[in-house]
Design a protein around this ligand. Structure first.
Ligand SMILES: Cc1cc2nc3c(=O)[nH]c(=O)nc-3n(C[C@H](O)[C@H](O)[C@H](O)COP(=O)(O)OP(=O)(O)OC[C@H]3O[C@@H](n4cnc5c(N)ncnc54)[C@H](O)[C@@H]3O)c2cc1C
Length: 473
């Protein structure tokens, strides 16, 4: 017999989306119930952003130590202690986890139920011995790895993002399937930590990014010793004791690895929810939502990865804000993905917001203004000996910015002003008068804005005006 609970908001999933929605609802005085069947914090904290960035930080430290000689510092022998690296990963999760803990959310007034939830009707959810009725529901159950239909893949003990951060020994040879952000980040991390790495991608790596920056990153990865197999299909995989054999379509030679990581994309986590009971429509991309994130049952919202938009923690948080506005304040607010930044946390990083040149030309901006600058012209990048990369800005003829990509050290930190320009529909003019500290990498953004106006500023008529004014001195 289940205990009946009546509340204002019932949320399923305590990841980035569910936690933000729960915190907002509870702080607004809503009686809030939150179901979580696994670890509080969801993928981002436990199996995604946090452990991957911690692992990359260790990898970068190893690479920086090996490369310190180019700055005149000779480090003797560099040794990677993989167990200590994984302790750093664990410590990072532990340091952040109190923010997402049951205790913190209970202090905020949320009733947390550590159990799997499912719908048993359009207004009823059960789980953990409770039957919850609510005025509004939130499905925030995230996404999980999409296993490609490769014969043998289910039988070889392949790793995913949910298992890779529990390794206790550095793989001798890891084959990574998938050249998206996760595959590329993990390839660089494990290579720098000492593994042999082969990355197999069906098409081209990072296919949605600016091709010139991808070419640059490809050269960096190959230079680091990562074997890239693009345009390659895996025909079948087999395991024999400790060896995983990866057979490639149309190639006589196969790969022999100790580990196999699958990073071939994500699918929505919906199987356990019995969505049919609630009249919530979904497909293999996610739960169907309208522009206000309402599902086909108007009492139920879907937020975060499960709603099938851009798969980022900051988007999950943004969705939660929209839920609070739409469902709690009753202020109609539509989702707007024009200014969603993304970062690939390799070294150098690749950050983007808005459109690429190709996307702009395929859309309504057939002939956009494209500005490109390299970090070789940036004094700070020169001082740090880190000049790989640059900036590419896509703007309309009037200077309104519609896209920006930055490749370089700290590119993820440098993308913010461009996010602001695109979100607020501002033109490059907003950057030209700013005082930017010298010498910083940020100067590249001001320089790009300046490059847009320079041809106009130094054209014939301003020169004539200045020459004319000089007679009055
Ligand atoms: C390796 C990797 C690296 C990443 N790096 C970044 C990054 O650097 N930056 C970034 O912005 N994004 C990153 N992401 C993406 C980011 O992790 C996700 O976009 C984010 O976690 C989505 O949050 P969410 O709340 O939608 O889902 P999740 O965080 O997945 O949370 C969903 C929760 O729902 C729970 N749940 C599911 N079903 C039920 C049920 N029936 N009952 C109860 N609970 C249930 C799950 O246990 C889970 O805890 C990364 C992802 C991966 C895989």
């Amino acid at each position: 017999m289940s205990e009946a609970v009546d509340c204002d908001v019932c949320i399923i999933g305590a990841g980035s989306a569910g936690l933000s929605a729960a915190s907002g609802a509870a702080q607004l005085g809503m009686r809030t119930v939150l179901f979580e069947r696994d670890a509080m914090g969801g993928d981002c904290l436990n199996y995604g952003c946090v452990p991957s960035k911690a692992l990359l930080a260790s990898a970068k430290a190893a690479a920086d130590a090996r490369g310190a000689a180019r700055l005149g510092v000779k480090a003797s022998e560099i040794a990677v202690d993989f167990k200590a690296v994984m302790s750093h990963v664990r410590r990072t999760i532990d340091a952040i986890s109190p923010k997402d803990s049951v205790e913190r959310f209970e202090r905020l007034g949320v009733r947390v139920i550590k159990a799997e939830a499912k719908f048993v009707g359009p207004r009823d959810v059960t789980g953990g011995g409770f039957r919850v009725q609510a005025r509004r529901f939130v499905i925030a159950t995230g996404s999980t790895v999409r296993m490609p239909p490769i014969p043998g893949l289910g039988d070889v003990g392949a790793l995913s993002n949910e298992t890779i951060f529990s390794l206790d020994r550095c793989p001798a040879h890891i084959v990574i399937l998938g050249g998206g952000a996760t595959g590329i980040e993990m390839a660089q991390a494990f290579r720098k930590l000492g593994a042999r790495v082969t990355l197999v991608e069906l098409e081209r790596i990072l296919g949605s990014e600016e091709p010139e920056f991808v070419d640059m990153l490809r050269r960096v990865l190959i230079g680091e010793g990562i074997e890239l197999r693009e345009g390659t299909r895996v025909a079948r995989v087999e395991r024999d004791a400790d060896v995983i054999t990866v057979m490639l379509d149309g190639q006589a030679e196969s790969l022999r690895a100790t580990h196999l990581l699958v990073a071939t994309g994500r699918k929505p986590r919906v199987e356990s929810l019995d969505l049919e009971q609630a009249g919530v429509a979904f497909d293999d991309k996610g739960i169907a939502v309208d522009a206000r994130l309402r599902t086909t049952n108007p009492r139920i919202y879907a937020l975060g990865d499960v709603a099938g938009g851009p798969l980022f923690t900051h988007v999950a948080g943004y969705h939660a804000g929209l839920f609070v506005r739409n469902a709690l304040f009753r202020l109609p607010s539509r989702v707007d993905y024009r200014a969603v930044p993304s970062v690939i946390y390799t070294d150098p990083e690749l950050a983007r917001v808005g459109l690429t040149e190709r996307e702009a030309k395929e859309g309504s901006d057939k002939d956009p203004h494209v500005l490109k600058l390299d970090f070789t012209d940036n004094d700070r990048a020169q001082a740090e000996g880190a000049t790989a990369g640059g900036i590419k800005v896509i703007a309309r003829k009037n200077g309104t910015v519609i896209g920006a990509s930055i490749m370089g050290r700290h590119a993820g930190e440098l993308i913010l002003p461009w996010t602001l320009l695109i979100a607020r529909k501002l033109s490059l003019r907003a950057l030209t008068d700013l005082l930017v500290p010298y010498p910083t990498l940020s100067e590249i953004s001001k320089a790009a804005a300046g490059a847009f106006y320079a041809p106009k500023l130094f054209s014939a008529w301003p020169r004539r005006v200045v020459r004319g004014l000089s007679f009055f001195s």
